[in-house]
Design a protein around this ligand. Structure first.
Ligand SMILES: CNc1ncnc2c1ncn2[C@@H]1O[C@H](COP(=O)(O)O)[C@@H](O)[C@H]1O
Length: 254
């Protein structure tokens, strides 16, 4: 049962600037996915982190691996994306920046291009339903996959920036922050910026990434994911904080 405060906060108009598609799947949608794929033997508690539960970053990324097993066809992506958008709309989110990493799944025939097209279709379907929410899509690079895949992802994002009627607006850099090297991804990120894609970059999510954060902040990004360790009190530096302030970059996390 919702109390008065719950209703107030649900009805309050909001913007959501940091939603990962497969990080926003509700338990209701997970149930539907599990029912579609009983052979995977996935149980509900393997797909979520309960309220108040503490998990390591590594455990969080294990959860994404399980969700990715459940979301591996065009039909799954369409259902997940429409459900996620409808649920954000029901929570009075009026502007949503949704990001997702296009995946190829050879065993289902899913390609990265179809992945992006399917998310765009979901956004269009929700618009046709008349939902009171504006959705924009950011194509995500998983930093684990290295510079070549990053560049290919930018090329795809660039195509959709031009052909999606304004729905694809940017590029997100995410993935396990302890893996890969941000510096090697700079050429891809610079290309993205030069072709007009907005940049949303996960940075300083773990300590000891001062040099990488500095390079990424020099681009500069339009959004920061997390930025947890930017501040000097937690091992960052005032120079990094000043760069965020100077460019007035919103920080967000899920
Ligand atoms: C906990 N903080 C985080 N830090 C970095 N990347 C994160 C993240 N949370 C989520 N992702 C990124 O989003 C993907 C899942 O959604 P999509 O399959 O892309 O829709 C994860 O695999 C990871 O790359």
């Amino acid at each position: 049962m919702e109390n008065e405060a719950d209703v107030f906060y649900r009805q309050l108009p909001k913007v959501e600037l940091h939603a990962h598609l497969n990080g926003s799947v509700s338990s209701h949608t997970i149930e539907k996915l599990i029912d579609r794929k009983p052979h995977l033997n996935i149980e509900h508690n393997m797909t979520a982190i309960g309220k108040g539960q503490r998990r390591t970053l590594d455990e969080c990324f294990q959860v994404f691996k399980v969700i990715h097993q459940l979301v591996d066809t065009e039909e799954d992506i369409l259902m997940v994306a429409t459900d996620v958008i409808r649920e954000f709309a029901a929570d009075s989110v009026k502007y949503l920046e949704l990001r997702s990493t296009p995946r190829e799944e050879k065993h289902t025939g899913l390609t990265k291009r179809r992945y992006i097209e399917t998310v765009i279709r979901a956004i269009q379907l929700c618009k046709e339903e008349g939902l009171d929410i504006d959705v924009r899509f950011l194509v995500a690079i998983d930093r684990r996959n290295g510079p070549q895949v990053a560049m290919e992802t930018v090329e795809l994002a660039e195509e959709f920036l031009l052909s999606s009627n304004g729905l694809v607006v940017g590029l997100d850099l995410s993935g396990d922050p302890t893996v890969g090297d941000g510096k090697s991804l700079l050429p891809a990120l610079e290309r993205a910026k030069n072709c007009g894609l907005k940049l949303s970059l996960h940075l300083s999510e773990v300590p000891s990434q001062l040099e990488e954060s500095d390079l990424l902040l020099n681009l500069p990004p339009d959004r920061i994911g997390h930025g947890t360790f930017l501040h000097p009190e937690v091992g960052g530096s005032q120079i990094l904080v000043d760069k965020v302030l100077k460019n007035n970059i919103p920080l967000g996390k899920t």
